[in-house]
Design a protein around this ligand. Structure first.
Ligand SMILES: [Zn+2]
Ligand SMILES: [Zn+2]
Length: 327
């Protein structure tokens, strides 16, 4: 009996229905040694690259939320239900449109079938491990809890800006630099809190909830225990110490909330039309859900490489980690 099968798109899947891209997962070239400045420059400005498409989409959404759907600063000096609820409802709308949009396109409309889907199966139904016995409903529920936590951080920080108690900077050079540094800060922070919640006592009580999702979809990204949400969004507390513009704070919160929708989409590429694709390497985090003890971080800062927990999805890496586990 053959160990592989060819699916309806001509992709080879193993006996468990898993598909892997030819190109292994990897890190952004910024920390490569020796440094190749041309490669770094190309990575910043090519499509897909650092800025396009996802970074640019998050900046656009942040600007829209800031200029159209954020109350006046003076109004936020005192906590009151009207502006607090506006921020909460705006954030619910953002995640519903963005993550829900990805979900509808990929999993309801099945806009690209199983083309470049890592796992051969769709989301689980009638599965007692999930709330409402339905993986999608479970994931949406916990994502909404996460949206509440995100909004509480944002509301607290807005209150701080309105009362002049947070370090503020509108220096244009620092503004741009801090915007560019933000993904690196978020990656660095995520790696460490993620390692922390893999500590067995916290894994068993908190992080297990996220890992119920072995086969992931967009809504799985923010499907976490509330304690994990609190730790995960604590990256926003950096604005208590680093001089920022409120736009930095909003961009930080928005990418932390919406980014997981993309990184958990379950697909290697998003195919729009025939050959046009928005490629984002999500293999790295998919493998974390598959094997648990690899790839705690993301691709901007190669902490996994430095600490020996990096799995690139290749058969060689599989063999390496299997040998390590049996030792
Ligand atoms: Zn995850
Ligand atoms: Zn984990």
């Amino acid at each position: 009996m053959s160990n592989t099968q060819t699916d309806e798109h001509g992709q080879v899947r193993d006996r468990r229905g898993e598909w892997r891209p030819e190109k292994p997962a990897g890190f952004m070239p910024l920390f490569d040694w020796p440094q190749k400045p041309l490669n770094i420059l190309k990575w910043f400005f090519s499509v897909p690259g650092f800025f396009a498409p996802w970074y640019a989409i998050y900046v656009a959404l942040t600007c829209f939320a800031y200029f159209v759907l954020t109350p006046e600063l003076a109004q936020m000096e005192t906590l009151s239900l009207d502006w607090v609820s506006l921020i909460l409802l705006r954030n619910i709308a953002l995640i519903t449109v963005f993550t829900g949009g990805l979900h509808v396109w990929l999993y309801r409309v099945k806009g690209q079938g199983r083309k470049t889907k890592y796992n051969g199966n769709w989301m689980a139904k009638k599965d007692r491990r999930f709330l409402f016995q339905n993986q999608v409903y479970d994931n949406v529920f916990w994502s909404m809890v996460g949206t509440l936590v995100w909004s509480i951080y944002e509301i607290g920080l807005w209150w701080g800006y309105a009362n002049g108690v947070l370090p503020y900077s509108a220096n244009p050079v620092w503004f741009v630099l801090w915007m560019i540094l933000m993904p690196f800060w978020r990656n660095f922070h995520f790696y460490w809190i993620h390692r922390l919640i893999h500590w067995p006592p916290l894994y068993k009580t908190v992080h297990y909830l996220h890992h119920k999702n072995v086969n992931v979809g967009p809504w799985s990204g923010m499907a976490m225990h509330p304690v994990e949400h609190i730790l995960y969004f604590s990256c926003m507390l950096i604005h208590i110490v680093v001089p920022s513009h409120p736009l930095h704070m909003m961009f930080n919160g928005l990418t932390t909330a919406l980014g997981p929708g993309v990184s958990h989409s379950g697909f290697d590429e998003l195919v729009f039309g025939d050959e046009k694709s928005l490629r984002k390497e999500k293999l790295m985090h998919y493998l974390h859900h598959r094997y648990h003890t690899v790839n705690f971080g993301e691709s901007a800062v190669p902490l996994d490489k430095w600490f020996g927990s990096f799995h690139d999805g290749s058969p060689e890496a599989d063999a390496h980690f299997r040998a390590r586990r049996s030792n």
